[in-house]
Design a protein around this ligand. Structure first.
Ligand SMILES: [Fe+2]
Length: 387
């Protein structure tokens, strides 16, 4: 199979990496548009970056209205604010929602037409976007190193994946992640693991993505519980930040699978945080996929530090599934479906939406709509006997 590889991003990683942001924007004008969410703004990272920019003689305009699972109207509001403020470059600070809004705002500022025209397999961005620096404040989405952005349009998560959406630069500073609360650390960390596992077992995996994904899984196995247990454990925070960036690069180049396809409707219809949706879906999807790629799941067990010598690939793969289930349980992640207003017919309509997601084609096991319904039922109703 022919493998494509293209990752044109300057990546600056490590404590105090934010100090380099002004130099990354040199020559792009004096006015910088910062896109973030209210929680991140009040937690400190935005003030820190704004002050670094200000000390370098740059002016900032801050848009802090991004919410989790962002909708199109937020994009247009931010775009209007950017144009009104006359900014010529963009910095996104936050989790995946803020970083994704930043990407599309930077691109729509220089390209004609509406966002809907570009979503899914639509129109291609013709012009380079405004220079965009992505600064993650969670170890989760890996959006800072991907060409993808997901924005909800009329209750449906719609992705755009185009080369023009690669950020100009990614600045990953684990110091910005210190104040992330334990539950968010847990769920965003499970997003990292989902990216790495899906990229590793997916049909688009290559020797390059294998290396990144395997190392990301190893780092999650080593550091996620530590970061969850003590957010001030900066060795663990740095390990998770690195895992997030590696897994993001692996998923961009290798693709995702049914976890992310099925997470789509949970977020767009139930407004469930993306990381939480992945956390509850990953173990069930691993169990479903195991027969398609047992050797790959045996490698996942190895990466997680499980002694697999002497086991068959299937036995080792099952150990990986159990280890991930255990990880989820140790961090207290569970879902009460009643709070989301679950009704039995939801499994059907969720399956319809999940089957439209392009990443389902990258899954190692070919999923039918009926399989998808069964998996949603297993999830919602605890019916593990269904598959
Ligand atoms: Fe994700």
């Amino acid at each position: 199979m022919v493998k494509r590889f293209y990752l044109p991003i300057r990546i600056h990683f490590g404590p105090q990496a934010t100090e380099v942001i002004p130099s990354l924007l040199a020559g792009f004008g004096k006015r910088v548009f910062i896109i973030t969410d209210p929680g991140v703004r009040s937690a400190g990272p935005v003030d820190k970056v704004a002050s670094i920019l200000s000390n370098a003689g740059l002016e900032t305009e801050i848009f802090d209205e991004v919410r989790a699972n962002p909708h199109q109207d937020t994009v247009y509001k931010a775009l209007d604010a950017l144009k009104g403020a006359g900014c010529s470059c963009v910095v996104g600070i936050g989790g995946g929602s803020a970083l994704d809004v930043g990407k599309v705002v930077a691109a729509l500022a220089t390209n004609p037409g509406s966002l809907s025209e570009y979503q899914w397999d639509g129109r291609q961005f013709e012009h380079d976007p405004l220079p965009y620096v992505a600064v993650p404040t969670t170890a989760g989405t890996g959006s800072e190193v991907t060409r993808a952005a997901v924005i909800i349009d009329r209750n449906m998560k719609k992705g755009i994946a185009q080369d023009k959406l690669f950020p100009w630069a990614a600045v990953v500073d684990p110091d910005l992640m210190r104040s992330v609360p334990p539950f968010v650390t847990a769920t965003t960390g499970m997003d990292v693991l989902s990216h790495a596992v899906e990229a590793y077992v997916g049909l688009g995996a290559s020797p390059v993505t294998d290396g990144w994904a395997f190392e990301a899984i190893r780092l999650v196995g080593k550091y996620l519980l530590r970061a969850y247990a003590n957010g001030d454990d900066m060795t663990a925070r740095e390990g998770m930040a690195l895992a997030s960036t590696l897994a993001g690069a692996a998923m961009d180049q290798g693709g995702l699978g049914v976890v992310h396809a099925m997470a789509g409707p949970l977020s767009s219809i139930y407004d469930m945080p993306h990381g939480l949706a992945n956390a509850i879906l990953l173990p069930i999807a691993m169990r479903y996929n195991l027969i398609a790629a047992p050797e790959r799941y045996a490698d996942v067990a190895l990466a997680l530090g499980i002694p697999v010598t002497g086991m068959s690939a299937r036995e080792a793969g099952l150990c990986a599934v159990r280890a991930v289930e255990d990880l989820v349980a140790q961090m207290g992640i569970s879902v009460n479906w009643q709070t989301y207003g679950y009704r039995p017919e939801d499994a059907e309509r969720f399956a319809d939406e999940a089957m439209k997601m392009f990443m389902i084609k990258n899954n190692p096991r070919k999923m039918s709509r009926q399989d998808c319904v069964v998996l949603f039922r297993a999830l919602f109703e605890g019916r593990e006997d269904l598959f």
